[in-house]
Design a binder for this molecule. Structure first.
Ligand SMILES: C[S@@+](CC[C@H](N)C(=O)[O-])C[C@H]1O[C@@H](n2cnc3c(N)ncnc32)[C@H](O)[C@@H]1O
Length: 344
């Protein structure tokens, strides 16, 4: 393509310039959160000077940050130069009902800035860049070397589960189910929601030891659901020594296929014949938010050598692991549930 071709397509050139500055968008979002801007700005508009005082920032530099964010629809500048919230910036407030604060912080954690420049290497090799960059696997790095990022992940997972927990628990059929096990269940929000919904249900939360240590207060000793909850710290790829009528596997089969197969086979080995398994995932081919899922898919390649699945690729692994059942249905616009059973 010649230079002339580019000048004939200014929209394409502009779009490419904006894309190449994508790191600025993520960095500006993170800066706003770390400065506490979304929480500092209330229901009414504020001057840049007032906001700068509130968040201890340089007024001129803060104005530049706000202008860049406003170009993306995050905050808006009024004709008199005051700034106000938009729908998007309001979602960054800690007290917003469906707050995206922790999710945005997690997606822009320091490790992501180290990993993205190596995406070409990951695309060549088809695997994670973590062993080469840090000499260890992603979750080992997170828990051993970056505890702040590990805590940010747990908060983000709980936050995004908060928005989907009601949809997931409403979609799960608990007929004939006395016990449920959430494998890789994070801090246990989905499990706690289920136990609250059904007062006779017992539940087990299995996740990495550092994660269950900070499980939902309701599930921990002294919590109102603790008598019906068991917390297990472990590695689901190594062993799942938990018997349950229903296993939930939500947003964890996103790593390499070997880990996915090992996890599903460990469930088959632990479960009684006829036990049910609900695999819940964002699919890369059946989604209303392709830009997000495709981006997440690449982040998973970088950090765990994993991927977001298509419906067929996940069904193939489910079958290879020895599970039965092909009923796949939407739980909400971004999540699908694969309902499976452990064969006799
Ligand atoms: C994307 S989060 C999903 C959490 C939760 N299921 C949800 O939907 O909110 C992935 C979870 O898998 C857990 N995890 C990662 N490796 C694991 C392993 N080897 N064994 C058990 N859990 C693991 C992480 O700690 C994290 O809580």
């Amino acid at each position: 393509m010649t230079e002339t071709d580019v000048t004939r397509t200014p929209q394409a050139a502009t779009r490419l310039r904006e894309l190449a500055f994508g790191a600025m968008s993520a960095g500006a979002l993170r800066a706003a959160l770390r400065l506490g801007l979304p929480d500092a700005l209330g229901d009414t508009s504020a001057t840049v000077e007032d906001l700068a005082r509130e968040v201890s920032a340089h007024p001129g530099a803060l104005h530049r940050l706000l202008r860049a964010l406003a170009c993306q629809g995050v905050f808006a500048e009024e004709p008199d130069g005051r700034y106000t919230h938009t729908e998007a910036s309001r979602l960054l407030r800690a007290d917003a009902p469906r707050s995206m604060r922790d999710v945005a912080l997690w997606t822009t954690e320091p490790w992501t800035w180290e990993a993205w420049p190596h995406l070409d290497r990951a695309v060549r090799s088809g695997g994670s860049v973590f062993p080469e960059l840090h000499g260890k696997q992603f979750f080992d790095y997170l828990h051993e070397d970056a505890p702040e990022s590990a805590a940010a992940l747990d908060r983000a997972m709980t936050q995004s589960s908060r928005t989907s927990a009601q949809d997931v628990t409403a979609a799960l059929d608990l007929t004939g189910v006395d016990s449920v096990a959430d494998i890789g269940g994070g801090q246990g929000l989905v499990l706690a929601t289920l136990l609250e919904r059904d007062p006779t249900l017992r539940g087990t939360l299995l996740d990495l030891p550092g994660v269950v240590a900070s499980a939902d207060r309701r599930l921990r000793d002294g919590g109102e659901l603790a008598a019906r909850a068991t917390l297990v710290g472990g590695d689901c790829r190594v062993d799942i020594g938990v018997r349950a009528d229903l296993y939930i596997v939500k947003n964890i089969l996103e790593w390499d296929d070997d880990s996915t197969l090992r996890t599903l086979r460990n469930i088959v080995a632990a479960a009684a014949p006829g036990a049910r398994v609900a695999v819940i995932e964002n699919l890369v081919d059946e989604t209303a938010s392709m830009r997000f899922t495709a981006a997440m898919d690449l982040l998973l390649l970088l950090n765990v050598g994993g991927r977001k699945h298509t419906k067929d690729s996940l069904l193939t692994l489910i079958e290879q692991a020895g599970l039965r059942g092909r009923d796949v249905r939407a739980v909400n616009p971004s999540l699908h549930m694969f309902e499976c059973t452990v064969p006799a």
